[in-house]
Structures are given as C-alpha cells and as structure tokens.
Design a protein around this ligand. Sequence first.
Ligand code: NAD
Length: 275
Amino acid sequence: MKIAIVTGGASGIGRAIATSLVARGDTVIVSDIDATGAEAVADRLNTLGEGKAHAASLDVTDAAAVTRLYQDVHNDHGRLDLVFNNAGIAIGGLAEELTLDHWRRAVDINLMGVVHGVHAAYPIMLEQRSGHIVNTASLAGLLPMPLGIPYTATKHAVVGLSLGLRAEASVRGVKVSVVCPGFVDTPLLADINKDLPDTTLSGDGREAIRKQPGGLYTADKLADDIMLGIRRNKALIVAPSLGRAAWRAGRLNPAAAARVTSIAVRRHRREHGHT
Ligand code: NAD
C-alpha cells in the first residue's frame, strides 16, 4: 500500500491515475485547483473499496501551497511514495497569434507547476531514500510540435528536468519518470486557451484530432501504461504505440519529421485564411 499525491486529479489523466492507484489499494491525495471536482473524484474512489482517496484543493502555481501539501501528506502518513506532477493546460495557435499571456500561463502551470512539485517532493524522498516522482509531459515534449509552441516548450522542459533529475536521483534511491502521451480524450482538448485571447486553435479541438491517424487515446488505457512504466521504472513512458512510432521516426529522420509538421502548419494556415 503506497501513499501518493496526484495533481490535476479532478479530471482526465490525473483522475485515471488516481483510480488505478486506489484500485490496487494505495492511498491517494487527489489534488486540483478545482476543489469540488477533486472532492467528487475522491468520494467516488472511496466507494471502490480497495485503497483510500482524500481530496485537496491545490493550485500548482503556488509554490508554498504545494510544499505545504506534500509536507502535510508526509507528516500525516509517515511517508510519501509516489508523486504525480500532472496538472496542465492546453495552449494552441500560430506563433504570431500568441500573446505573452499565453506564454506565461503555459510556463506558470505546465512548467513551474511541475518544478514546484519536484521541489516539494524531492527533499522528502531524499530523506526517505525512496520514492518515485512521475511528471506528465507530452509527445509534444519529444517532437517539434507546432501550433502551440508555448505548450511544446514547457513540455520539452519537463522532459529535460525529469531526465536530468533522474540521473541525479537514481544514486540517492529516488526514481523519476516522465509521461509523454499522444492525444488523450480529456476535457483539456475541449477548452484550448481557456480564459485567454482566442486564436485559430481556441475551443474544442477533439473533433479535429479524432480525424487524425490514431485519433484519441483513452485516459484509462494511458493510466494502465503509466502503471506498467512505473513498475518497470521507465525513464520515459511514451504512449500509445503510434506515439512511440512517431517518436522513433522523429529521432531516426528529424528532417522528415520537420517536413510532416510544416505540411500540417501550411494546411492549418490555408484553412484559417492565413497566407
Ligand atoms: P484535464 O483538463 O482533463 O485535467 C487537467 C486538470 O488539471 C484539471 O482538473 C484542472 O482543473 C487541473 N489544473 C489546471 N490548472 C491547475 C492548477 N493551476 N493547479 C492545479 N490543478 C490545475 O487534462 P488532461 O488531459 O488530463 O491533462 C493532464 C496532463 O496531461 C497535462 O499536463 C497535459 O498537458 C498532459 N497531456 C494531455 C494530453 C491530452 O491529449 N489530453 C496529451 C499529452 C499530455
């Protein structure tokens, strides 16, 4: 029975991770900026009858609040085994449409949110000489994904910080993995650029993504892949298999990958009347 914290646990991938953990008997702190959503998820998970769930209201951009929650969980349970720094938002649009607000929001939540989680969890795990930090990046953290470069930039940063930390942490008994999923069917893709100025990619992107090869993956299947990756202590958990193929192709032939992405950009510009 492990003690785990999941950020962004009220929805999508975080909720699916929390569900897998509780189903196998772990105790999970379901944290989210959406406190009501986190409560609802924890209440439902507590009916599963295996592990336990507790809800916590947490904004990952608030470093002090993140440290407080991680310390409290450690103090209350005597240890902290697993941390999923998962909360994130979607930003999309052509580079010339994006404002500094798009950039700042992406950096504050997708990058600094993970930094705050690592900064809070790592000292606890160093002292325990055990624990596993699992950060959620994206396939956009491994490939030159256009049409949302603040998102791509933050996810590359999360991959870099996770792999670098893993190299330092492994000799101190702490594990670090980074999750890089392709498109997953969650509310994230239904509200691109939420509360930010509109771009040609704002709003619900799910229908457009469904039409692409591979379509949308489910959060439950991804959670199974994540649990397997954790058991195997994988550095990078890349899923689904089509995502792994795209990642491999991008490494073998970066020029071809760049050509494919520029075709997608040209099509997007044409469809939205950008010359
Ligand atoms: P989601 O929108 O379903 O869930 C994200 C959760 O994060 C929400 O409950 C939201 O309230 C919470 N959140 C947002 N800002 C927060 C903040 N400041 N503090 C705390 N919680 C906050 O999205 P999801 O698809 O489950 O995304 C989870 C992670 O997976 C994100 O990091 C996302 O970038 C990544 N990801 C998603 C996809 C995809 O296609 N859905 C693909 C690759 C990576």
